[in-house]
Design a protein around this ligand. Structure first.
Ligand code: F6R
Length: 365
């Protein structure tokens, strides 16, 4: 069943081009037509007054990325909550809020409690984004969007996460179309990125051997820092989570602009700093963060898009993605970070598919 792969996690990482293509299949033919989510979708998307995303763990990181897309394309206010916090917090929901519950399994206890709690806080609609068609979550939701990742066996979520992101990008485009918040030209431009996505993922996967070199270096460290800005900030959080859970290395994800508000004090020659750099309007800001790290002897491992070559003098090692990834950057940058965690864990000889103390589906509180 594993074919050429050593672990399910590695296999699932390499299944991502197909899993993503399957998930965005309808959008590839219909663009951002909200009807692809079912008959009531158009109305629910049009009538939403605000958006609140609720999830746990890796699914929460997908929600953090989605906030950037939805706010940029619709101007709607979006908040993102951790389910275990939301369920025990107080406050009413604004009438008409659309709650987006993101979950691979659809059985996570905290998330189910959170959506039940949300229904008590006001007149809300629940949208489930889930990888399991007949789960408790989809049964309790008003509307469901299914990711088509297939069964995920490795405890560390990989293809479930990137398919969530792909579906959330399509959702953000559909929301913009339903609400006429973007011009037709802009919508077409955003939709045009989608057919390129599977190939961009494959291109990132082809850099596995370069990542293995980094994994060898990383496996000797006890602490790491992951940095990104904008949609790559949640990807820094996700990269750090993957390294923690399977390689048992302390990793912190930070918004790069937060460095001087604290974590810079940790940086010295023993601190590998993994940085995601998009060739976008914030690259200059990220460059000043790189200089801050380099000046303290920090060892920078840079993952970058073409066009970010100005960063090279400050880094110990760099891997350039073959192509520019535009708004899909968070999906593509996830790949090298998954591979880095995987190979670092493999070098350390951990039980990659079943990391200690963790369960695949957290059905108890
Ligand atoms: C991390 C991981 C977990 C899950 C979390 C939520 O790799 O897999 O953080 O993302 O337990 O699970 P779901 O998405 O099933 O609700």
């Amino acid at each position: 069943e594993l074919g050429p792969y050593r672990h399910y996690m590695q296999k699932e990482i390499f299944e991502q081009p197909t899993a993503i293509a399957n998930t965005i299949n309808q959008a590839l033919s219909q663009g951002f037509n909200p009807d692809q989510f079912g008959e009531q979708a158009q109305q629910i998307l049009q009538q939403a007054t605000a958006i609140r995303i609720i999830a746990c763990g890796t699914s929460y990181h997908a929600g953090l990325v989605a906030r950037y897309w939805i706010e940029a394309y619709t101007g709607m206010p979006v908040s993102v909550d951790i389910a275990s916090e939301y369920r025990y917090s107080n406050g009413l929901e604004q009438r008409g809020t659309l709650i987006i519950a993101i979950s691979q399994s659809g059985e996570t206890a905290d998330l189910l409690a959170a959506i039940r709690n949300a229904k008590e806080r006001g007149e809300v609609k629940i949208l489930a984004l889930c990888n399991v068609a007949h789960s408790t979550l989809t049964r309790e939701a008003d509307l469901s969007i299914l990711t088509q990742a297939g069964i995920e066996i490795g405890v560390a979520s990989t293809k479930a996460f990137t398919t969530q992101l792909a579906a959330l990008y399509v959702f953000a485009g559909c929301l913009a179309q339903a609400r006429s918040s973007l011009s037709d030209e802009k919508l077409a431009e955003l939709a045009n990125w989608l057919p390129r996505l599977p190939a961009m993922i494959s291109a990132a996967l082809s850099q596995e051997s370069e990542i293995e070199g980094w994994a060898q270096a990383l496996s000797h460290h006890a602490h790491t820092l992951y940095l990104g800005r904008n949609t790559l900030f949640p990807i820094a959080l996700e990269g750090a989570l993957k390294l923690k859970e399977i390689a048992y290395i302390h990793a912190e994800g930070y918004a790069a602009g937060e460095l001087k508000h604290g974590p810079l004090a940790l940086v010295d020659e023993n601190m590998p700093v993994i940085v995601c750099a998009a060739n976008d309007a914030l690259f200059e800001k990220l460059m000043s963060n790189l200089r801050e790290v380099e000046a303290r002897g920090g060892q920078i491992y840079l993952i970058a898009e073409p066009g970010c070559e100005a960063a090279l003098p400050y880094v110990k090692s760099a891997i350039f993605l073959p192509l520019n990834t535009g708004p899909l950057a968070p999906i593509v940058f996830t790949i090298p970070l998954q591979l880095l965690a995987y190979h670092t864990a493999h070098r350390k000889g951990t039980d990659v598919d079943k990391p200690r103390n963790l369960a695949k589906s957290v059905t108890v509180e």
